[in-house]
Design a protein around this ligand. Structure first.
Ligand code: HEM
Length: 112
């Protein structure tokens, strides 16, 4: 598989994962199972494509990728939070945006 293929998988799965988390804040309770299934698959695809990119691009496992891995863990753990924490939707949406912002900054700045 080419790096471009992994890139496309990586970004599309990120959009699906983040979109699914946000959907959870408004979706009716009977959609929970399907949303958890979709975000679960997206989360795995994002990790596999990220590791694939590290390998294909010969990066080894730099510190910025470790930051991204922690962000991926946090984001994946938040899948479904919308169904459990409706009352604090604003706070958790902010947390999701902050996690994505840290991960995207890590890959663009590579400050460490
Ligand atoms: C919340 C988690 C994550 C977000 C928001 C995220 C976001 C992104 C974005 C936007 C890019 C495109 C950068 C570009 O091509 O200019 C990217 C590339 C990449 N990501 Fe992630 N990612 C996440 C998790 C991960 C994980 C867990 C890994 C590895 C274990 C990873 C490894 C990579 C690699 C190696 C690239 C390619 C960098 C390059 O083209 O030089 N990412 N990521």
């Amino acid at each position: 598989m080419t790096p471009a293929f992994y890139h496309v998988l990586h970004i599309v799965s990120l959009i699906v994962l983040t979109g699914g988390i946000f959907y959870g804040f408004a979706g009716s309770p009977d959609t929970r199972k399907k949303v958890l299934l979709i975000t679960g698959i997206a989360s795995i695809v994002q990790l596999v494509s990220g590791v694939g990119l590290l390998h294909k691009l010969g990066y080894g496992f730099p510190a910025w990728a470790i930051v991204k891995l922690v962000c991926w863990l946090a984001l994946s753990a938040l899948a479904g939070i919308g169904y459990r924490q409706r009352g604090r939707a604003g706070l958790f949406m902010l947390i999701v945006v902050a996690i994505v912002a840290v991960a995207v900054s890590a890959v663009y700045y590579r400050a460490f």
